[in-house]
Design a protein around this ligand. Structure first.
Ligand code: M6R
Length: 362
């Protein structure tokens, strides 16, 4: 049931404030983080290895920044199809974490089996708790997104992020890197997200208008720095899988090492730049793009857009958000831009060509 929406994807985008509230209520009681059967001792961990495919991999990529910066745990991330054939050594004190909406992705399951018996603990963050990945894990963290029908993952991504953010905060608490007051502040920021998502959803008609312009492009670049780089990757994946427009993401600082050669007036460049500690650097990369005739769509908050000055092609005004959590909120405009671009192109949004919801073959 599409609940009055034209596509499941639109419905699932709109459900994010609700399902993100549900996952927070599940893992946080007052200011305390509650994990199933208290199964993880983060003080004994030397390394966290996170493995997944596609959008779930980008959730791991964002979470790497959280675990490293907030909890001080070295994190390795990999796409499942590469991880398993690389035969990486799993050293003592490694926790292996697998993220999967379906819980049935063949490569992710095979990577899990590779780690079983080697890692100290196998943890799964899944939407389907009745899945193979859940069954073969020591600890299952449901992401509680509800059934996701659209092939393009939306609410599962943001709920994966919410779950991983909670886990990173718990790790930081256990390792003495956040006191009670600091933890309470982080939890308050998390709790503000569903409301901010509701505000972000109000820019939908603006995304729809911009999508008419994006739909004319043959190639689109996404730029982000720091924790926004994985979000740029996710934005490009979302756009290409449903609109069939070629899209690539680069870390902003990497641009001048090659990709800037692609920039001309035909290539829209979507810059995801919340006002965080790296904002000025991202903006100077953005100006390099504009100096070469690139058409920049800047996504930032009102102050960020003002500070960035004149010359951008278009902008999208986001609510202000704690920089730590900006990837969760900025996922929404990325999804809406992809969605409306696909609608403008008349593609089969919920069932894009060549793709399956669950990839159970290698
Ligand atoms: O079910 P999973 O989370 O393991 O699926 C992983 C990928 O196949 C999936 O995220 C895919 O990239 C989506 N179509 C992206 O929107």
């Amino acid at each position: 049931d599409k609940g009055g929406y034209k596509h499941f994807m639109a419905k699932e985008i709109a459900e994010q404030p609700t399902v993100s509230t549900e996952v927070l209520n599940h893992y946080i009681r007052r200011n305390e983080i509650v994990l199933p059967d208290a199964g993880l001792d983060f003080t004994a961990i030397n390394r966290l290895t996170m493995v997944a495919c596609g959008t779930a991999f980008y959730a791991c990529y964002v979470a790497k920044y959280w675990f490293e910066q907030v909890a001080g745990i070295p994190v390795e991330i990999d796409v499942a199809s590469e991880f398993r054939y690389r035969e990486p050594p799993i050293t003592d004190g490694t926790v292996a974490l697998f993220v999967s909406q379906s819980g049935e992705t063949a490569d992710t399951l095979a990577a899990l089996r590779y780690c079983a018996g080697k890692a100290d603990k196998i943890v799964a963050a899944v939407n389907s708790t009745e899945s193979s990945i859940a069954r073969e894990s020591d600890l299952v963290l449901p992401i509680l997104a509800g059934v996701e029908v659209g092939v393009a993952s939306t609410k599962a991504f943001t709920n994966q992020l919410m779950t991983l953010a909670v886990l990173a905060l718990e790790a930081a608490r256990q390792r003495g890197r956040l006191n009670d007051e600091q933890l309470a502040e982080r939890i308050a920021a998390l709790r503000s997200l569903p409301g901010l998502m509701n505000s972000a959803l109000t820019i939908e008609s603006r995304c729809e208008a911009l999508a008419l312009k994006l739909a004319e492009a043959k190639d689109i670049l996404f730029l982000g720095r720091g924790i926004m780089y994985p979000l740029a990757l996710e934005g490009a994946l979302k756009l290409k899988e449903i609109s069939y427009i070629h899209a690539e993401a680069y870390a902003s600082g990497e641009l001048k090492h090659g990709p800037i050669a692609l920039v001309d007036k035909h290539v829209p460049v979507i810059v995801m730049a919340p006002r965080d500690g790296l904002f000025d650097k991202t903006i100077s990369n953005m100006q390099e793009v504009m100096a070469r005739g690139g058409r920049v769509l800047l996504i930032s908050d009102a102050k960020g857009i003002e500070e960035a000055g004149d010359g951008v092609w278009e902008s999208l005004v986001m609510p202000e958000v704690d920089p730590f959590l900006s990837p969760v909120l900025y996922a929404l405009p990325a999804q809406m831009l992809a969605y409306y671009t696909a609608v403008a192109k008349g593609t089969d949004v919920d069932q894009p060509r060549n793709l399956a919801k669950s990839v159970t073959v290698e």
